[in-house]
Design a protein around this ligand. Structure first.
Ligand code: CDP
Ligand code: CDP
Length: 222
């Protein structure tokens, strides 16, 4: 599992955009671990499972099938119980509740098991919050992407506006700030860089520049 690439960082830092580009360039499978927590949250909201009930969420996780299907190099669709939920799990309602679901230790155990199984089958670029510290601590290549809160909120806001949603930049900023706080302060596997991660501030970089920087770093270390 050593060749895998771990990419962590807060919301809007550019992890998934860059992870997709890397997967495409290297022929690795892209695994978006946030999508797994999002899919479980989506199902919990749909079925009326309380996001504050750890035991019920663990039960739900054990009775849910989560799959990634590669539709093109670097492009992956997420399936929950056979249904394509790739778009549905990006809703603002899921975004508001996902960090509460992801804070439960036993829910995380279930997700981490799946993540490690996926990484054992094929070389992966995996992005999330705890990949370098907890899910794939033995990965040779670890990156922690970050950017100012303003820039990250602006990026997310632009995406939502382009999709026809009407949120103010302030609302998005508050949601991201709250999620970052929950993700950084939880007891199990909080958001933080692994000691051996390369930290990249992407505030003033394009996704292509970040990808090139990562590829150069990987080549140098091989
Ligand atoms: O794309 P965005 O940065 O908005 O978030 P995401 O990667 O889809 O992750 C959604 C949420 O799932 C995060 O805010 C965390 O609460 C949780 N998450 C986690 O706890 N651990 C991971 N490895 C990935 C996501
Ligand atoms: O996965 P994460 O939440 O870290 O961020 P993302 O969903 O990959 O990126 C959020 C948005 O910022 C996307 O629309 C990107 O095109 C844009 N962006 C970026 O990802 N990286 C940059 N260096 C600049 C912009």
């Amino acid at each position: 599992m050593r060749d895998n690439i771990a990419i962590d960082g807060p919301a809007g830092a550019g992890k998934s955009t860059v992870a997709r580009q890397l997967a495409k360039r290297l022929g690795y499978l892209y695994i978006d671990t946030g999508a797994m927590y999002r899919a479980l949250t989506w199902k919990a909201l749909k079925e009326g499972t309380k996001v504050t009930d750890e035991a019920a969420l663990v039960d739900l996780a054990r009775n849910t099938s989560l799959e990634f299907k590669e539709v093109a190099p670097g492009e992956v669709s997420v399936y929950c119980d056979g249904e394509d939920v790739t778009r549905l799990i990006r809703s603002p309602e899921v975004s508001r509740h996902v960090s509460t679901v992801a804070a439960w230790p036993r829910v995380r155990e279930e997700m981490v098991k799946l993540q490690r199984d996926l990484a054992a089958r094929r070389k992966v670029v995996m992005d999330g919050r705890d990949i370098g510290t907890h899910v794939l601590p033995e990965a040779n290549h670890k990156f922690f992407l970050t950017a100012s809160l303003e820039e990250r909120a602006r990026r997310r806001w632009q995406e939502l506006i382009a999709q026809g949603n009407k949120f103010s930049l302030e609302e998005i900023k508050r949601e991201i700030e709250e999620r970052d706080r929950r993700d950084s302060q939880r007891i199990v596997a909080p958001l933080r860089p692994a000691p051996d991660a390369v930290i990249i501030d992407t505030s003033n970089l394009t996704p292509e520049e970040v990808t090139e920087h990562i590829l150069k770093t990987i080549r140098k270390n091989c």
